[in-house]
Structures are given as C-alpha cells and as structure tokens.
Design a protein around this ligand. Structure first.
Ligand SMILES: *[C@@H]1O[C@H](CO)[C@@H](O)[C@H](O)[C@H]1NC(C)=O
Ligand SMILES: *[C@@H]1O[C@H](CO)[C@@H](O)[C@H](O)[C@H]1NC(C)=O
Length: 274
C-alpha cells in the first residue's frame, strides 16, 4: 500500500489501515517545508482513519483508461485478473466508467517528450541542496559532496555497479532556467488537459489502473494515489492495482482501496523461503 504521488513520500505498509495510520502520523504543516502549507488545507479534521469504511465503494465513479494501461497488463498475462477486479468493484457498488482516454497519454508517459526528465533533475538538485543546508551536522553539504563521496567509496556505495547518472545529470543543471520553465509549463498543461479534464468531464472519484504504470500521470499533477495487492504473477511476484485522483481526494482513495482490500484479501504474508 502506498499513498503517494507514487514514487515520492510514500508509506509502504502491509495493509491499507496501517498506511492510513502512518499517513495520519506524518501529515501536517511543517514551517521548514513550504509545500506542506497548501497541502495541509486538505487534511480532514480528526484525520484519515474515518475513511477506513468497508462500504466505501458504494456510488463511487471509477474511470478505466484501457489504452495503454489495461493493454500493458494484458500483454503481461494479467488481463483476466484486472477484468475480475472490475467485477469486484461493481459488486461493491462502484459505477465503472469504461473506455476513457487521457489526452496526450503517450507524451505524458514519455519523460523526455513531456519535460518530466528536465524538471526532475533540476528540482532534485535544488531540493536536495536546500535539505542538506538545513542539517545541523553533515559530512556532505551540496550534491557535489555526495558525488565525490560515491567516487571515493565505490565499493560501499556500489557506484561501479549502478553508477550515479541521476546525481550527475542533476549536478549539471543550474536552477530553473528557460528550458526548465518551458518543461514545467508543458507538464502543467498536460495535467490540466489530461487527468484533470477527464476527472471533471466524467465526474470521477478515481481512476483505476493496473500496477504503478500511471505513476507519471499522478506525479506531474502532484496528485495522490494508492496501490493495493491485486494478485501474483507466475513468479509469485505481487502485482498491485492503483487508485488515483485529484488533489485532496485522499479520503475517497482510502475508502476505495480499503473496501477493495477487504473484499479481496489478496495479500499473503511472505514466507521468506528462497
Ligand atoms: C519519447 O520522446 C522522444 C522526444 O520527443 C522521442 O525521441 C522518443 O522516440 C520517444 N520515445 C518513445 C518510446 O516513444
Ligand atoms: C496546452 O495544450 C493545449 C492542447 O493540448 C495546446 O493547444 C496549448 O498550446 C498548450 N499550451 C501550452 C502553454 O503549452
């Protein structure tokens, strides 16, 4: 389970309720983090626990974007798994709105074409350097120190094996210039005309997609998503199902995810056998 933007600040827990208890503990306004000012307006009084409602799919409008998300799942032999889940969602009272499209989805999922790749490395350097600067004690301050540290201790940091390409790309950026501004404007536009328009046009509460394949769709808008176990592949690797929505929809996403989880109980505790 994770409450995201997928890929960022996500609690990963065994159950939806565990994730919600963690979320309740970590949300709030932090005067050292300006981004939390606006985000904190969405926190409901009394926290998110009250959304752990086992009838939380009743009347929820769920959008299905088959191209490319269900097609990817089908290609992996998971088509029937996700069709069955759509039946489960309907049986629990959801209104499934099928065959929807997200405008420019091929561009959104291509980090080069969307501008996400340009924006991520520039923002990463700024944010990491700001964070390191605030630390009371640290042997590394700017990103350049971390890169040098990794070069000095390649065995410890596995630098020889996995490299540090993202660090180097980030280090090569120089703040938010013309290229980054254009990338950020493009991402905002893609999100407005993409997920935001779709959700409003069809009055959706959430979009349902297999695995975490829609993570860029949520990340570029700063939107929340939650992923819960949906099955296991032939190698016994767990497969998730994601529910994502607009800003402030965490409560609805928790109701949806919790009801799906309680109706399916798919997770098996790992045995840790080889
Ligand atoms: C992604 O976009 C870039 C730049 O627009 C393009 O060159 C590349 O072929 C695209 N990749 C895919 C997989 O479509
Ligand atoms: C935003 O997207 C629309 C439609 O996709 C396009 O017509 C418009 O030029 C775009 N605006 C910017 C600033 O990129």
């Amino acid at each position: 389970m994770c409450l995201c933007p997928i890929g960022f600040n996500r609690p990963i827990c065994r159950t939806v309720s565990d994730a919600v208890y963690v979320l309740d503990a970590i949300v709030g306004f932090d005067s050292n983090d300006e981004a939390t000012r606006y985000a904190s307006y969405y926190i409901p009084p009394g926290g998110y626990k009250r959304f752990l409602n086992p009838y939380g799919l009743k009347g929820k409008r769920l959008g299905i974007v088959r191209n490319p998300f269900f097609k990817i799942a089908q290609g992996l032999g998971l088509g029937q798994t996700f069709e069955n889940h759509l039946h489960t969602l309907r049986r629990q009272g959801a209104i499934v709105v099928d065959n929807l499209q997200i405008a420019n989805i091929d561009v959104i999922l291509n980090v080069t074409a969307s501008g996400e790749a340009v924006a991520i490395v520039a923002e990463f350097k700024l944010s990491l350097n700001a964070y390191l600067k605030e630390l009371v004690a640290s042997s590394v301050r700017p990103l350049a120190d971390i890169i040098a540290f990794n070069l000095k201790f390649p065995d410890l940091e596995l630098t020889d094996k996995i490299g540090q390409d993202i660090f180097l790309a980030a280090q090569a950026t120089n703040g938010i210039g013309a290229q980054e501004k254009a990338a950020l404007a493009n991402l905002e536009n893609l999100s407005k005309n993409g997920l935001e328009k779709l959700m409003r046009d069809y009055k959706l509460d959430a979009v349902v997609t297999p695995r975490a394949d829609a993570s860029s769709v949520y990340a570029i808008g700063g939107f929340p998503a939650i992923i819960v176990p949906a099955g296991y592949d032939s190698q016994r690797v767990p497969i998730g199902i994601s529910f994502g929505g607009l800003k402030g929809s965490e409560g609805k996403l928790i109701e949806i995810a919790y009801t799906f989880e309680q109706a399916t109980k798919i997770r098996k505790p790992p045995s840790f056998k080889p």
